[in-house]
Design a protein around this ligand. Structure first.
Ligand SMILES: [Zn+2]
Length: 173
């Protein structure tokens, strides 16, 4: 019966979350549900699962396929087409931002409202973020010099990722 399927699915999701989050599951689950409702979306399991992945991801720039694989690792059976559909719904609801970086698939991240910029590794697709007040100040000046009042900007740098500046020693050994 359909309902049973959903129930067992729910408990599996909760037990997976317990492993990751040390007992704050219900609170966290409720937080995510609230986020969905605030965005005007009905709470469904695929939406809960996908939002949880996005919120918990260490590398929070994810393609639909990354999200799909993360769900698979959690034992979830949400299909790739559903992942795409939900991410598109999230984008329309303002929950996530979609990036179109050169040479890759669309990348999604939670829309936290901070307007950061990105650098993308042309070899691995790794994405890092930065925010630079000097650059932003200069951009506003340039816009003004051209007769514009700046309302938004997007900077994407492309490069080859070498190593984490902080872990240079450990990566060498
Ligand atoms: Zn970002």
């Amino acid at each position: 019966m359909r309902t049973e399927g959903i129930l067992s699915y729910t408990s599996r999701w909760i037990s997976n979350s317990c492993l990751n989050r040390g007992g704050n599951t219900m609170t966290h689950n409720q937080t995510i549900s609230r986020d969905l409702r605030k965005a005007g979306l009905k709470v469904t399991l695929p939406r809960l699962n996908i939002l949880e992945i996005l919120e918990g991801a260490e590398q929070h720039h994810m393609s639909a396929e990354d999200v799909y694989k993360a769900l698979l690792n959690q034992g979830s059976d949400v299909g790739l087409a559903t992942v795409y559909r939900v991410l598109t719904q999230f984008e329309a609801a303002g929950l996530v931002t979609r990036h179109h970086f050169d040479g890759g698939q669309a990348i999604f991240e939670l829309d936290t409202g901070d307007n950061h910029d990105h650098i993308v590794c042309v070899k691995s697709g790794k994405v890092s973020e930065f925010k630079d007040e000097l650059i932003e100040k200069r951009l506003a000046e340039i816009a003004e010099e051209l007769g514009y009042s700046l309302t938004d900007h997007k900077i994407i740098l492309y490069g080859v990722f070498q190593e984490e500046p902080d872990s240079a020693e450990s990566s060498i050994s």
